[in-house]
Write a protein that binds this ligand. Structure first.
Ligand SMILES: CC(C)(COP(=O)(O)OP(=O)(O)OC[C@H]1O[C@@H](n2cnc3c(N)ncnc32)[C@H](O)[C@@H]1OP(=O)(O)O)[C@@H](O)C(=O)NCCC(=O)NCCSC(=O)C[C@@](O)(CC(=O)O)C(=O)O
Ligand SMILES: [Mg+2]
Length: 298
């Protein structure tokens, strides 16, 4: 199983306190933001702050990303120049619309890595898709660079581009979410969902996390530490799911030993994709809570 990316906490790049403590809340990833949470007046100060933080603090095993400003803005190039040298795990490109946006970023990173004497490919990329054009070109974006670890939907900008608003049910996002998910899966990279902007609406947040998990997303961007545990709980296999997965795998192994093809477990047919899904449940359970799964497996 690849790296866990259930939760990615956005941290405004102009807030020293939040930047220092961002990893203590236990999200799988933190994402320092130089883009839309930072006002134009504070762009240079935020870039310097994030650069210094990356050079100074140890964020342990938490994956660290930085969302830069686009290369079509006056801040993008300076962001890349500073941030690549500070060596986060990955840079998130905002508002990606074409594969050329990714290639341009990839080539600039390659150039900076070379100038800084860094190993080529050190810095990974994540592309956020936040417009109708981006959704239409999602697969080309997802396959535009070997640095890409995932693509993400940015819903606030996306609904603005569509000339609509976000509803609680998310009907306006369904096609875009699906298309981004298909593109990511076809490209073999992660698919990340967007932020849920009302931190006080716990019920709405839970509904949305269940929806995106069911669609198949690997995880979601978050804006507040209060959202992390709720999301992790939903993304953690239950004891019942783990037990059933173990039963499926054991039944499949027994059937293989007997040389029998089709298996039935409690009246339900078990075939190859079901066994594959059972393994995936156990891998996820192991990744989030190794001890209890190993105990159950015995
Ligand atoms: C929402 C709120 C103001 C609420 O503040 P509140 O103060 O009421 O929160 P409280 O819960 O009271 O905080 C309790 C304790 O946690 C600390 N704490 C809070 N938040 C923390 C955090 N994020 N990181 C670390 N620490 C944190 C806080 O400092 C306090 O620490 P302490 O004082 O020590 O107890 C705050 O969370 C916040 O600013 N969020 C980040 C917003 C942001 O980044 N937006 C940009 C990204 S979206 C976008 O751009 C759209 C998008 O592009 C997205 C896409 O691409 O998907 C698209 O198009 O859709
Ligand atoms: Mg956005």
């Amino acid at each position: 199983m690849g790296r866990l990316r259930r939760s990615m906490l956005y941290v405004p790049g102009n807030n020293p306190g939040m930047i220092r403590d961002a990893h203590i809340y236990g999200s799988d990833a933190i994402m320092f933001d130089l883009e839309d949470s930072v006002s134009l007046k504070e762009k240079d100060a935020a870039r310097l702050l994030v650069y210094e933080a990356l050079k100074t603090f140890d964020y342990g095993r938490t994956e660290v990303l930085v969302r830069v400003n686009g290369l079509n803005t006056p801040y993008g190039r300076d962001d890349f120049e500073a941030i690549v040298r500070a060596k986060p795990d990955a840079i998130r490109l905002p508002k990606t619309e074409t594969p050329e946006d990714v290639v341009e970023a990839d080539e600039l990173i390659t150039q900076i890595e070379r100038q800084a004497g860094m190993e080529q490919g050190t810095i990974q990329l994540m592309a956020a898709i936040e417009s109708a054009l981006g959704v239409i070109t999602a697969y080309k974006i997802a396959t535009a660079s070997s640095r890409l670890i995932g693509i993400a939907i940015g819903a606030e900008d996306f609904v603005t581009d569509l000339k609509t608003t976000r509803s609680k049910e998310g009907i306006e996002l369904l096609t875009a979410r699906s298309q981004i998910l298909f593109a990511a899966r076809a490209a073999g990279i992660d698919a990340l969902d967007t932020v849920f902007s009302d931190v006080n609406d716990e019920e709405g947040f839970i509904r949305e996390v269940k929806l995106i998990k069911q669609l198949g997303f690997d995880g979601k961007s978050l804006i507040n530490p209060r959202q992390i545990n709720i999301l992790h709980q939903i993304y953690t296999p239950t004891e019942d799911e783990i037990k059933k997965s173990i039963q499926v795998i054991e039944a499949a192994k027994e059937a293989e030993e007997r040389g029998s093809g089709v298996i039935s477990l409690n009246g339900k047919m078990i075939d190859k994709p079901i066994v594959e899904r059972a393994y995936r449940v156990l891998e996820l359970a192991k990744a989030v809570d190794r001890v209890s799964v190993e105990e159950m497996w015995q």
